[in-house]
Design a protein around this ligand. Structure first.
Ligand code: ZN
Length: 204
C-alpha cells in the first residue's frame, strides 16, 4: 500500500524536475490544472521530513497527461524520470549513496541486479510497499502492484513513462550504457500490475 505522506525532498525534486523541463510558466499551468497552486513559488523544503502528500505526486502526473495528452506527456514524463534521477543523486545523495558502494567491482550485469534490488527496497520503504523486482534471462523485471505513476488514471496504452525514464537513467548510472526499458503491462489500461523490463543487453 502506498503511504499517505512522502519525504519533502521527493516532492521538491518532482517540482524542480518538471520546472526544469517545461519552465516556470509550464509548471504553473500544470499546478493550476491539478489544483495544486499551494506549490506556486512555494516548493517544500529539500529535507527528509515526511510531510508531503503522496497523492500530490499522482495529481501532477495526471495533470501532465490531461494537459498534454498521452502522446505529448510521453516524452515529458520520460525525460522527467531521467532528470528526476539525476537530481536525486545531486540533491539527495544520502538516498543514493549506499547504492554506489562497491558497485564498480561487479560485472555490469551484477551491477544492474544490485541497483534494481536496492532501488525496489528503498522505494518500498519510502513510498510504502508498492513493487517487487526479479531477474530473468533477458533482464530485470520491475512490477509495481501499487503504482504511484498511474494511480487512479485510465488509458488505452501503458502510461508510466516516468518509471521507464527513471529505470533507464538508473541502468545508465549503474553500467555507463544505455539499456532498453519497456513497459509491457500497465494498471491504467486494466492490467493487474505495471510491469517494466530493463534489458541486460546494452543498446547499440
Ligand atoms: Zn503504473
Amino acid at each position: 500500500m502506498l503511504k499517505e505522506y512522502i519525504p519533502n525532498s521527493l516532492m521538491y525534486i518532482t517540482l524542480l524536475t518538471v520546472q526544469d523541463i517545461v519552465g516556470k510558466n509550464g509548471l504553473n499551468s500544470i499546478l493550476n490544472y491539478s489544483g495544486l497552486t499551494k506549490y506556486r513559488d512555494n516548493f517544500p523544503p529539500n529535507d527528509e521530513k515526511i510531510e508531503a502528500m503522496g497523492s500530490d505526486f499522482g495529481k501532477i502526473v495526471g495533470g501532465i497527461i490531461d494537459v498534454l495528452g498521452e502522446r505529448g506527456a510521453r516524452p515529458l514524463l520520460y525525460n522527467a524520470g531521467r532528470r528526476g534521477f539525476q537530481l536525486l543523486i545531486e540533491k539527495s545523495p544520502a538516498m543514493m549513496g549506499v547504492m554506489g558502494v562497491g558497485l564498480k567491482l561487479l560485472s555490469k550485469r551484477k551491477r544492474l541486479e544490485e541497483v534494481f534490488k536496492l532501488g525496489a527496497e528503498n522505494t518500498n520503504k519510502v513510498f510504502g510497499e508498492n513493487q517487487r523486482s526479479y531477474v530473468t534471462d533477458e533482464g530485470i523485471v520491475c512490477e509495481l502492484f501499487d503504482c504511484y505513476w498511474c494511480r487512479g488514471l485510465k488509458s488505452d496504452g501503458p502510461i508510466c513513462f516516468g518509471e521507464v525514464g527513471l529505470d533507464a537513467e538508473l541502468a545508465k548510472w549503474a553500467t555507463g550504457d544505455e539499456h532498453e526499458v519497456k513497459e509491457v503491462l500497465c494498471r491504467a489500461k486494466g492490467d493487474d500490475v505495471c510491469r517494466v523490463i530493463i534489458y541486460f543487453e546494452p543498446k547499440k
